[in-house]
Design a protein around this ligand. Structure first.
Ligand code: GAR
Length: 219
């Protein structure tokens, strides 16, 4: 039985660049119709990654768009946006996708693109979240799910989860502990967004479809 027979499962397109454990958590959650979302396609910016194999094992369609196959970054971005659009997503999830999406992508899906980052924003943006946190010497770090904007890990925050830094952590052990929290955060937040809807007002992301200040919900 679907969670809400009046609301079809939200269509997720997930983009990955690596091992895809966050993708796997979404694939596993979506096997329950009550979850309210299904992964309809998985895209990547490179071949031969475990993330694509996870999708294929789950019977989910995949596509690859490599930057080096295009004249420039803008052409890649536009083609990636078209490949995603072909699957008619309600929400696009960047789950370990190690490229910044650009103007074409955001004009197609702006406000509906989520990214998961392995640090507590606004601390430690960029590609080295766990390493930067370790080097800085923080005692608590974590993960952040946010709505992608034109900046680097700067968009409105959907959810965060804190993780202790242990005295004997190295980058790998810390990142693995963060990823465990990240998978739980991602599955919970995306499920709520799918089942309840969500609105973005400035920097505030709210579950549900009622906008404050009299504005209309997205989509
Ligand atoms: C996750 O920790 C994700 O936050 C991070 O890559 C990992 C992917 O793991 N993404 C970034 O750092 C993006 N800037 P996974 O492939 O096992 O899901």
């Amino acid at each position: 039985m679907p969670a809400n027979p009046d609301r079809p499962a939200a269509r997720l397109v997930v983009l990955v660049s690596g091992s895809g454990t966050n993708l796997q958590a979404l694939l596993d959650a979506a096997t329950d119709p009550a979850y309210g979302a299904e992964v309809v396609a998985v895209g990547a910016d490179r071949d031969n990654i475990e993330g694509l194999e996870r999708a294929q094992r789950a019977g989910v369609e995949t596509f690859v768009r490599r930057v080096k196959d295009f004249d420039d970054r803008a052409a890649w971005d536009a083609d990636l946006a078209a490949a995603v659009a072909a699957h008619r997503p309600d929400v696009v999830v960047l789950a370990g996708f190690m490229k910044l999406v650009g103007e074409s992508f955001l004009s197609a899906f702006g406000g509906r693109v989520l990214n998961t980052h392995p640090a507590l924003s606004p601390s430690f943006p960029g590609m080295r979240g766990p390493a930067d946190a370790l080097e800085y010497g923080v005692k608590v770090t974590g993960c952040t799910l946010f709505v992608v904007d034109a900046g680097v890990d700067t968009g409105p925050i959907v959810a965060q989860s804190a993780v202790d830094v242990e005295p004997d952590d190295d980058v790998e052990s810390l990142h693995e502990r963060i990823k465990s929290a990240e998978r739980t955060m991602l599955v919970e937040a995306v499920g709520r967004m799918a089942r309840e809807g969500f609105v973005v007002e400035g920097r505030q992301v709210r579950f549900g479809t009622v906008r404050h200040q009299g504005r209309q919900p997205l989509g």
